[in-house]
Design a protein around this ligand. Sequence first.
Ligand code: FMN
Length: 180
Amino acid sequence: MAAILLGVSGSAACFKAAALASALTQQGHEVQVVMTAAATEFVGPLQFSCLTGKATLVDEFHPEDPSGMDHISLARASDLLVIVPTTANTLGLLAAGLAPNLLGSLALAFGATKPRLWVPAMNPEMWNNPAVQRNVQILRADGWQQVGPTCGLTACGEMGDGRMVEVEQVIAAITAALQS
Ligand SMILES: Cc1cc2nc3c(=O)[nH]c(=O)nc-3n(C[C@H](O)[C@H](O)[C@H](O)COP(=O)(O)O)c2cc1C
């Protein structure tokens, strides 16, 4: 069983991250959730704490670790980082190597040798925007594993690319990444 860092950014697909946290925990993994402030507008941190049995982290400046450096200790202690869902904004900061929040700091501190997965979810116009596609290419070149998106009805009611894949597909990708 693995120590999994589950990053959650602010998308209408956040409810799928709750289902993922539940399934991974039931499989016996240790799941530590780190949310962006925007993500907490969609699903409360307490929901994830209930599902994982671990305090959900949001604020870099109110850490759990006595050293004050959650982003370093968690990055070191974890086997895999997965960001579900990944917004266009969080994709942009990952591509740029920015760390304006705990999730960004963690992603940088996590390094590039352990598996890093990202699971996009956004409106089709956003997904097809050249700036977003440019960032997708950067993450690929940086060794991030992309899971989805798929074509279908997105939460905003539009059909097209950008719909987040189902939880089962994310679990399959995580399982494969942990075995490789
Ligand atoms: C109702 C609603 C749904 C949203 N859904 C998405 C989404 O699915 N994907 C996305 O990239 N942004 C979405 N956004 C915009 C993000 O929440 C916004 O860009 C936010 O700044 C992202 O911050 P974060 O990346 O730090 O979580 C949505 C905003 C609202 C109000």
